[in-house]
Design a protein around this ligand. Structure first.
Ligand SMILES: [Zn+2]
Length: 280
């Protein structure tokens, strides 16, 4: 009976030491708590570097849609957060721990709820499958361990540690492999069906982005999306296959749009135009 007390006392007095020791040695199995802490740190950085769209109607809708999808995944226990970035650049991204960002360029191009849900559900699936966390665990680098320790213990005031945080930041924002992207598409496809939304929007939205990309010659608002999401034609083919494998009775029972979505679109059209930045 004394063992638990002993452990409690030890962990209370040496948490920082044991934490950095474990992380730099194991480099590392990332717990959910660590994942959320990393995501939060990255989210704080994002907040200082990107302009967010702070409109009540738009953000409430995106947040409600995102949460409805996330809550039906295996990681419903995360405190999911959905943010709209005020840029016309077409992109969306996910940080570890459930921080999802959708650029306004996605909202303005998505014609119905099904198209936007597909993008959000894809990003959610990256988090559900812990894609960026797995990259960090595989990195096996001391820098990652140091970075994690910095995030979690707040002890990094020297330059070397700050540099390590940058390395950690890069890992957090690392690009996903094509395998990861396919998994996010496959899972995202199921995620939208689970909340009663048609996955057809995944196909139509990819097609739309591909058409815009081809028209712009790779230098338009969609360039960032295609840099982050290679193999769009393959993905379109995969989605087509998944649609073909889904009974039409199932597909036809799902909704493609909602009054709330169109209400959000009307609101978006009333807002001052997003800055047309050349980069993310
Ligand atoms: Zn992705």
């Amino acid at each position: 009976m004394t063992t638990p007390l002993h452990f409690a006392r030890v962990s209370r007095f040496v948490p920082l030491l044991s934490l950095s020791f474990t992380l730099s040695l194991a480099a590392c199995a990332v717990s959910q708590q660590q994942e959320v802490a990393l995501g939060q740190q990255a989210a704080d950085q994002v907040k200082t570097q990107m302009a967010m769209l702070n409109d009540g109607v738009v953000t409430a809708y995106v947040s409600a849609l995102g949460n409805s999808i996330a809550r039906k995944t295996s990681r419903s226990d995360l405190s999911w957060q959905f943010t709209v970035v005020n840029t016309d650049v077409v992109n969306a991204f996910a940080l570890p721990g459930g921080f999802i960002y959708v650029n306004r360029g996605i909202l303005s191009r998505a014609e119905n709820e099904s198209e936007l849900a597909a993008v959000i559900a894809h990003e959610i699936e990256h988090v559900v499958r812990r894609h960026s966390v797995k990259q960090m665990e595989q990195a096996q680098g001391a820098n990652i361990g140091v970075s994690l320790a910095c995030v979690l213990t707040n002890v990094c005031n020297n330059q070397a540690a700050q540099a390590a945080i940058q390395v950690g930041g890069t890992a957090v924002f690392a690009k996903f492999s094509r395998t990861d992207e396919k998994q996010a598409d496959d899972g995202g496809f199921q995620n939208v069906i689970r909340v009663g939304i048609s996955p057809r929007g995944m196909l139509t939205f990819f097609q739309k982005l591909l058409a815009e990309e081809q028209q712009s010659g790779g230098s338009g608002a969609t360039a960032s999306w295609f840099a982050d999401h290679p193999g769009t034609q393959d993905r379109i083919d995969d989605v087509r296959q998944m649609l073909a494998n889904t009974p039409s009775a199932t597909l036809n029972a799902l909704r493609s749009d909602s009054p709330d979505y169109q209400n959000m679109k009307r609101r978006l059209a009333q807002l001052p135009a997003a800055p047309k930045a050349a980069t993310r």
